[in-house]
Design a protein around this ligand. Structure first.
Ligand SMILES: Cc1cc2nc3c(=O)[nH]c(=O)nc-3n(C[C@H](O)[C@H](O)[C@H](O)COP(=O)(O)OP(=O)(O)OC[C@H]3O[C@@H](n4cnc5c(N)ncnc54)[C@H](O)[C@@H]3O)c2cc1C
Length: 444
């Protein structure tokens, strides 16, 4: 009997991927519509899937590689995030982002930097402009004395790790942002800020002559056959010796890691372009909240004009969808956060509102490794997929090529994702905890 995994559901993207809407219309999608053969088939064209494809080519330029994406490139979470490719520990379940142990955080930082170096090469190869790939660093902004205290504690943790950082006072924060909201900030130099959709489209564009990328080609079934696997899509099929699962939380839709992946959504809104001169400060900046459950804010400038992006709220949705009502409630919250920070921009409405699917594990690990003969998993990035998705794609490619590297060893040494309590306990527990932490984060 051959092994068969059928997907129970396909991704539904709530609201528009705003970053992608700012870019020129892409060329029509190439769908998989026949039967083809490949050496490696990759499911999902986000950070993990496309990075895996690029790493495979580096390891063997003659390899036949196919990437199958359910939707369009940059319409999924890869094109709807806040764009911080972070090098340092950024544990969203911790009060100050720090992990439990210094050595573990140092090792994680070294791995994230491998991902950032890989992405830097992508940016250089594809001549991405600074508005798309900006090695700007990151500021954790504090709006209250509690937030300021978080920054100071995180600073001590960074110093113990041997990392450099700089504390910014209220005046420096105001000069940067043009607003008087923040009391302090903690700057670290290693983060890159992306226009995520433009980066993902750049990465995919750079692969096109060497990799077959099929969009609007969701994989419906993975079927074992002699010498490998057959992947069925609505109009075609592909036979491949090896498969990389780079479909993040939707790995569970096929029956992998059942009840071990938490499906969390987070929400964002983007304004219409700001008229010239209404806001002082720098034209491009971004701040993550000093309290992990607070609000991320970016000011972007480039294709699409000068705009503000606000991200806030997490919800646990095991159905892997969110309702229109949840999107509207998050939007109302964003309006409040925006008004509190930018009173001078009162008349400027939001143009786009959206949510996106994060995959998180209870014990903060990725779901990585060979899950069946020749099937390699690169999923569950714990909300930090820009660095961790890139890294897990690199590692899955190396594993698929039989390589034993520092990266594969580190990712494969992780514990498996811990099993979730049964529903509705998980739903209640996760949503209550996140609501309470959001309330506690207050003005942050
Ligand atoms: C509002 C928001 C803000 C965020 N901010 C940040 C941030 O600042 N920094 C950060 O690091 N992370 C951030 N994230 C998280 C980040 O977007 C994700 O961690 C990252 O996109 C995960 O990358 P990935 O390649 O593993 O998965 P994804 O980007 O989710 O890609 C998986 C792809 O698989 C496809 N797929 C699923 N099922 C199938 C199937 N059956 N067949 C074919 N294709 C399939 C999906 O369509 C999708 O395109 C944010 C997320 C959101 C929503």
């Amino acid at each position: 009997m051959s092994q068969v995994w059928k997907t129970r559901r396909l991704p539904i993207q709530p609201g528009p991927a705003a970053w992608n809407r700012l870019l020129p219309e892409p060329a029509p999608a190439v769908e998989l519509s026949t039967a083809v053969n490949a050496d490696v088939a990759i499911i999902g064209a986000g950070f993990a899937g496309l990075s895996a494809a690029r790493r495979l080519i580096q390891l063997d330029p003659d390899l036949r590689i196919a990437v199958l994406e359910a939707g369009r490139i940059a319409e999924g979470p890869a094109g709807r995030n806040s764009g911080f490719m972070i090098d340092l520990p950024h544990d969203l379940s911790s009060d100050i982002y720090a992990g439990a142990a210094i050595e573990a955080d140092q090792a994680e930082t070294a791995l994230n930097r491998r991902a950032i170096a890989f992405a830097t090469d992508v940016s250089e190869e594809n001549e991405l402009p600074q508005e798309v790939f900006n090695p700007y660093g990151k500021i954790n902004a504090a709006a209250t004395s509690a937030g300021d205290q978080h920054n100071r504690e995180y600073g001590v943790h960074l110093a113990n790790m041997g990392e450099s950082y700089r504390l910014l006072d209220a005046r420096e924060m105001s000069e940067l942002t043009g607003i008087r909201y923040y009391v302090s900030g903690l700057f670290t130099p290693g983060t890159v800020m992306l226009q995520p959709a433009a980066y993902i489209r750049g990465l995919a564009g750079g692969l096109k002559s060497k990799v077959s990328i099929y969009e609007q080609s969701p994989v419906l079934e993975i079927i074992g056959q002699p010498g490998g696997w057959m992947l069925k899509t609505p109009k075609g099929k592909i036979s491949a010796g090896r498969v990389i699962l780079a479909n993040n939380g939707h790995a569970e839709s096929f029956g992998f890691f059942v009840r071990r992946l938490m499906h969390v959504f987070t929400y964002a809104s983007m304004t219409k372009p700001l008229p010239e001169g209404v806001l002082g400060g720098e034209l491009q900046w971004g701040v993550t909240p000093a309290d992990p459950m607070g609000t991320t804010v970016r000011r972007v400038n480039g294709v699409g004009g000068n705009r503000i992006v606000v991200r806030s709220r997490f919800t646990y949705n095991p159905s892997m969808t969110v309702s229109e009502g949840a999107l509207a409630r998050a939007g109302a919250l964003h309006d409040k956060k925006f008004a509190a920070r930018f009173p001078m921009l009162g008349g400027i409405p939001m143009e786009y509102r959206w949510a996106g699917h994060l995959c998180v594990s209870l014990n903060g690990v990725q779901a990585h490794g060979e899950v069946a003969k020749g099937v390699f998993s690169a999923v569950c990035q714990n909300g930090l997929g820009l660095a961790k998705g890139t890294l897990s794609g690199i590692s899955a490619a190396e594993l698929a090529m039989g390589q034993d590297t520092e990266t594969t060893r580190a990712l494969c040494a992780m514990d498996p994702p811990r099993r979730l309590p049964p529903e509705p306990l998980s739903w209640l527990g996760a949503n209550t905890t996140m609501k309470w932490k959001e309330w506690r984060a207050g003005r942050e």
